[in-house]
Design a protein around this ligand. Structure first.
Ligand code: AKB
Length: 313
């Protein structure tokens, strides 16, 4: 049977880039992008889906004979704190709808993104292991912990092949993040190229795990392509890219843009970040399906500044 892919949340930071990559891999005619609003940058098949409506998901699944679903829609850590109950409702309802529609329609594989936000004060902050204590401080983090457990439940109870990664902050030039605590690490490059002072909402020394977009996309595809028997963790896999603080990324930018200016105005996002890991132990992902990141901070800085300079020219 041929693979036909549905992406839910395709207008988002990761979704818009992942959709293009999946179109290259499976063919434009076999990838259906969807989001709650009309297509922004997507060319190809597109359906408006409000994923809190299971009937609408099922309609699209049936219409296109979908075999795999990538469910990316969620309200992220910082934005989620403005309305915790709504965030909970949206993040959990959309996931449960996807899992249930998948079970009832014999979907072969489901991808569910988790996050470093599952960790909280009880986990070691250096080399945080896959099986560390999960005591998140944000409603987004709580929804991801529960989402991971639901993913595992559907695998164990119904044999639904749900696979998941705990993403760090993702850095790419193609799209903008929205509502996360790691968003500063994308915004800083835009401000540098535009010659504007960057006001950072974290402290200068707050180190967080991050990853370049190409690595994040490759991790997703490698996980989804791995043979079934290699997937040993059915909650979610830690993956590591690169870890740095605002001071360190600013220093890299300054090497290339000596006039770059940064000021520090930490807000509530600093409280979120200081409960998250600084570095991640991704040895399970390496061992089980061969994960290894390629981009370091210097590579990311070069690529981001070059791409954005060309974009704003
Ligand atoms: C966020 O900052 O909320 C996200 C994430 C780490 O999941 N980028």
């Amino acid at each position: 049977m041929k693979d036909v892919i549905l992406i839910i949340g395709a207008n988002g930071q990761l979704g818009s880039v992942l959709t293009k990559r999946l179109q290259e891999k499976y063919g434009v005619a076999n990838v259906v992008a969807s989001d709650i609003t009309e297509a922004k940058t997507i060319n190809g098949l597109f359906e408006v889906i409000d994923a809190t409506d299971a009937g609408r998901i099922e309609y699209v699944v049936t219409k296109y004979k979908i075999t795999q679903i990538y469910h990316l829609a969620a309200i992220l850590s910082a934005k989620g704190e403005a309305n915790p109950l709504k965030t909970w409702e949206i993040n959990m309802k959309t996931l449960l709808n996807v899992l249930e529609v998948s079970r009832l329609n014999n979907i072969q594989k489901v991808f569910y993104p988790s996050s470093i936000a599952v960790f909280g004060g009880g986990a070691p902050r250096i080399n945080t292991p896959n099986n560390a204590c999960l005591d998140p401080s944000t409603v987004y983090g709580i929804s991801k912990v529960d989402g991971e457990n639901w993913a595992q439940y559907y695998f164990l109870k119904y044999g639904l092949d749900v696979r998941s990664i705990r993403y760090p902050g993702i850095i790419g030039y193609q799209s903008l993040p929205g509502g996360g605590t790691t968003d500063y690490a994308v915004d800083i490059f835009h401000k540098a190229v535009l010659n504007e002072t960057f006001s950072c909402f974290l402290n200068d020394e707050t180190t967080l795990p991050m990853m370049y977009m190409d690595d994040a996309i490759r991790a997703t595809i490698e996980l989804m392509d791995a043979p079934l028997e290699q997937i040993k963790i059915r909650t979610s896999y830690n993956i590591a890219g690169v870890s740095f603080s605002p001071k360190e990324i600013a220093a890299e930018i300054l090497k290339r843009f000596p006039d770059f200016k940064i000021e520090y105005k930490p807000d509530f996002r600093e409280d979120i970040a200081k409960n998250w890991p600084k570095t991640i132990d991704d040895s399970n992902a390496s061992k089980d399906w061969g994960w290894k990141a390629k981009y370091n901070l210097s590579d990311i800085t070069d690529t981001m500044l070059n791409a954005l300079a060309a974009y704003y020219k």
